[in-house]
Design a protein around this ligand. Structure first.
Ligand code: FAD
Length: 352
């Protein structure tokens, strides 16, 4: 018998996904089900690959989403009267988003089903090339941003950061790795405003971004490598992907907030035996079989986000965590090897 095994996967943007995975040696896929907690791009993409590469039937997949729409942070909605909300304006780069473009290569576009979403995005970016004419402005005057402004020391510090191991950076902050003058360079102003970094953020995260976006250095002053979707990402990515999944028979449990997972222990380790969720204020549960898979999106950049208006500010953070943080905290409080959410959400003033 195949036995479920716990894995922890790192994803960019300070997030982790826990998966229960089976070795699938003796259990036929047709007997397996997969449950995905969270309806953001992480779960939508996982579901698509479980179908395409994992041999799952769509009808054996179930996505639990606390909200009323799939897509999570990739939202985009509104009206001329009420205004529009898109919590993140995202950019892509062909070199760094190979997985995204692979995913979208088998998803038909909504405007022309004969064309994939990847091809639709390529076509759009061939016509609309990013080329910032004035990436930095100082005292009302355009700055020559092609000059990145590094000192020899800054170059050495950058090279060292690229070369050292992640472990050696540990929990150091960017400000602990570079000289104060580094934070006055054109490079820092461009990089920080492109990728939302602050000097007190994680040096390790900066290192990961440097590796991922190194190819942008020669063109970062024009944002020449930045690719966009024709519409916001909800309309251009989430809607066609959701339609494709629904056409395959994937079940979307909307308004279902997963609050806990029950585990059991066997010779092969720990497996999920029950998913507990709340819908319409009522508790529900689903029993998970030994070989089924459970994927959990934990932590979110937009959990606990609130909206302001022209007349009122957004509300302050609630003291208690909500959304994916709440589930992660519950799981971490029971099992220390599920990590420490507080490292990521314990200091909102520095991470908001
Ligand atoms: C302002 C901003 C700019 C960004 N810019 C970029 C960019 O340029 N390029 C880029 O690649 N990325 C960018 N990102 C990051 C990107 O948007 C996120 O990494 C990505 O959307 C996260 O997807 P996800 O599925 O992992 O999580 P999320 O989108 O957070 O989705 C999680 C979903 O799970 C649901 N959920 C959570 N907990 C539960 C539960 N217990 N039960 C049921 N449902 C639950 C939530 O309601 C949500 O719908 C940006 C983000 C922001 C906020």
């Amino acid at each position: 018998m195949a036995v479920g095994k716990l894995q922890r996967l790192n994803s960019p943007y300070f997030k982790r996904v826990f998966t229960m995975s089976s070795t699938l040696t003796t259990t036929r896929r047709s007997e397996l089900k997969a449950y995905l907690v969270g309806g953001g791009i992480a779960s939508l993409a996982s579901a698509a690959y479980l179908i395409r590469d994992g041999g799952f039937a769509g009808s054996d997949l179930c996505i639990f989403e606390a909200g009323s729409l799939p897509g999570g942070s990739l939202d985009g909605a509104g009206s001329p009267e009420e205004g529009y909300v898109i919590r993140g304006g995202r950019m892509f780069a062909y070199e760094a988003y190979t997985c995204t473009f692979d995913l979208l290569s088998f998803i038909p576009s909504l405007t022309d089903p004969a064309v994939s979403v990847t091809d639709e995005i390529h076509e759009f970016n061939t016509k609309h090339v990013s080329h910032s004419q004035a990436r930095l402005v100082k005292n009302g005057t355009k700055v020559d941003a092609a000059v990145l402004g590094f000192s020899s020391r800054d170059r050495l510090d950058l090279l060292e950061m690229l070369a050292v191991s992640e472990e050696s950076l540990g929990s150091r902050r960017i400000a602990e790795v570079f000289q104060p003058s580094f934070f006055e360079t054109n490079f820092w102003y461009i990089w920080a405003t492109t990728f939302a970094f602050q000097p007190w953020h994680s040096a390790l995260e900066l290192k990961r971004y440097l590796h991922r976006f190194l190819q942008e250095f020669p063109r970062i002053q024009t944002l020449g490598g930045v690719r966009r979707t024709p519409y916001n990402q909800y309309d251009s990515i989430v809607r066609p992907l959701t339609k494709w999944l629904q056409d395959q028979g994937v079940r979307f449990e909307m308004g279902a907030r997963v609050v806990d997972l029950d585990f059991k222990y066997g010779p092969g380790g720990r497996t999920v035996e029950r998913i507990r969720y709340i819908r319409d204020g009522a508790p529900n549960e689903i029993r998970v079989c030994d070989h089924d898979l459970v994927f959990v999106t934990n932590g979110s950049m937009t959990a606990a986000s609130s909206l302001g208006s022209m007349n009122s500010p957004p509300r302050q953070y609630a003291a208690a965590p909500d959304g994916s943080w709440a589930l992660w905290e519950t799981l971490a409080s029971k099992h220390s090897d599920f990590g420490r959410p507080a490292v990521f959400n314990g200091n909102p003033d520095e991470s908001k």
